[in-house]
Design a protein. Structure first.
Length: 183
């Protein structure tokens, strides 16, 4: 995959595109945690800890539990959504039969919204994971901490995530710096 140049605002537009509270929570969790789509789909209500602003996910590759931090905005959306559900156990996101949500459904939803917003046609939920990684590094986070959060066994996998996307404002800053140095 070639490096995509994305606008940070595109992510926010996609988040705001969600009409249902459940969809807002899905997109916000992808945006704020860098979790995999499969981990989102199999998230259980009892694994949401709003007192500590964490969600415990089942790592879809290693089959072990891992706690991810969530920000206050995501926690508030989750709180409202769980109250709306009216239950304290079970799948956080379900299909019509009561099974956990399917990754393909989430992928199609994100692609459709991106298309409706006139964004790049290749948008997938994985872009949120790339965005999380890129933001972590751009804002001064440690690459080894990022590797742990993304649960990559190889550091070069994490480095690959960072290089998948660039933000449009990063490119502009790079261009400005180039003009300053080179003339």
């Amino acid at each position: 995959m070639h490096t995509q140049i994305l606008n940070q605002q595109d992510f926010k537009c996609l988040i705001n595109r969600a009409q249902k509270l459940s969809h807002k929570v899905m997109v916000r969790l992808l945006y704020a945690t860098g979790m995999r789509t499969g981990e989102l789909c199999t998230l259980r209500i009892e694994n949401v800890n709003l007192a500590n602003n964490t969600v415990r996910i089942l790592d879809s590759k290693k089959k072990i539990y891992f706690d991810l931090f969530i920000d206050n905005e995501t926690a508030n959306l989750l709180r409202a959504y769980i109250e709306e559900l009216g239950t304290k156990t079970g799948w956080l996101f379900t299909d019509e039969q009561g099974n956990h949500a399917r990754t393909k459904t989430v992928q199609r939803m994100i692609k459709r919204w991106a298309r409706e917003l006139g964004l790049n046609n290749n948008w997938t939920p994985r872009f949120f994971r790339y965005r999380f990684a890129r933001n972590w590094i751009v804002k001064g986070g440690s690459i080894t901490d990022l590797q742990m959060i993304l649960r990559h066994t190889q550091l070069n996998t994490t480095v690959g995530y960072i290089s998948k996307i660039r933000f449009a404002d990063e490119i502009e800053n790079l261009h400005r710096e180039y003009r300053r140095i080179i003339g």
